[in-house]
Design a protein around this ligand. Sequence first.
Ligand code: UDP
Ligand code: MG
Length: 311
Amino acid sequence: MRDIISLVVPFYNEGKGVLHFFRTIIPILEGIPDTGWEFVCVDDGSTDDTLACLLTCAREDDRFLIVELSRNFGKEAAMTAGLDAATGAAMVVIDADLQDPPELIPTMVEKWREGAEVVVGRRVDRSSDTAAKRITASWFYSLYNRLAKIRVPENVGDFRLMDCCVVDALKSLPERQRFMKGLFAWVGFRTVTIDYVRAARAVGTSKFSGLALWNFALEGLTSFSTLPIRIWTYVGCVGGLLTLLYGLFIVVRTVIFGNPVPGYASIFFAVTFLGSIQIISIGMLGEYIGRIYMETKGRPIYIIRKKSRFN
Ligand code: UDP
Ligand code: MG
């Protein structure tokens, strides 16, 4: 039986790389036995000739499906659009810059045929990234995995093969702000990891500036954790406790040594104690707002892999 697999690629101002990308990847994909391919290319509002190049490819090859977004929505949205449009029995998401080695796709397909539902590539060596990017990435992962309940595996990017049941599960998450790394981890499924070395970009430059990565990290943390607004209960409690201890200390000191500056101690105590109580109440509000926030995401309570009944 011949399976159709969809290759989903987001393109943003990759005009110089489109032809090179397909010239490299198509021979590799065609070498995989018993597999037909569909190339779902999402043009994420590029301002160069990316779209024109993609349309040229599509005219010559009916396996191409071009999805044009009306403006630049960002990679996460572009990938979502591609996965929504793809029809294959499995889908492979890959960047257009050939930083993820397409040579890995045959292995991914093999693992999928052996029963894996998700096959992810893990970068074992990030030396093609700048030191700053590597360090901030490792900070992000350790902070994220401490705060969020669902662990995101480190150094795993968007380069992955997913069975269509996994993609259906992703589509069943109605939330609008989509931090894909987190969502991929959230839906679960049988996952196999393959290690690879990430190459430098073939052509063009990275579309993610420091600020974009910072926003991306904030997005990831806030969409999977409410700790930042709930933590204030504990901060307030600790502050309140310290204030009480300090108050006690002042009382004892006054009893033993007398009171050199009348009024100071009581005012200081009142200010810090009330401050702590206010912080505690902000934390309490955070508890409820955090719950409201998670409820508004409307995520399904569980995801079924498959139901079986034998008789
Ligand atoms: N991309 C996109 N929309 C954007 C930014 C990037 O579709 O707003 C695509 C880009 O064309 C590429 C992939 O996302 O195919 C990864 O981008 P990039 O190589 O710049 O990211 P990096 O490898 O630096 O993380
Ligand atoms: Mg890249």
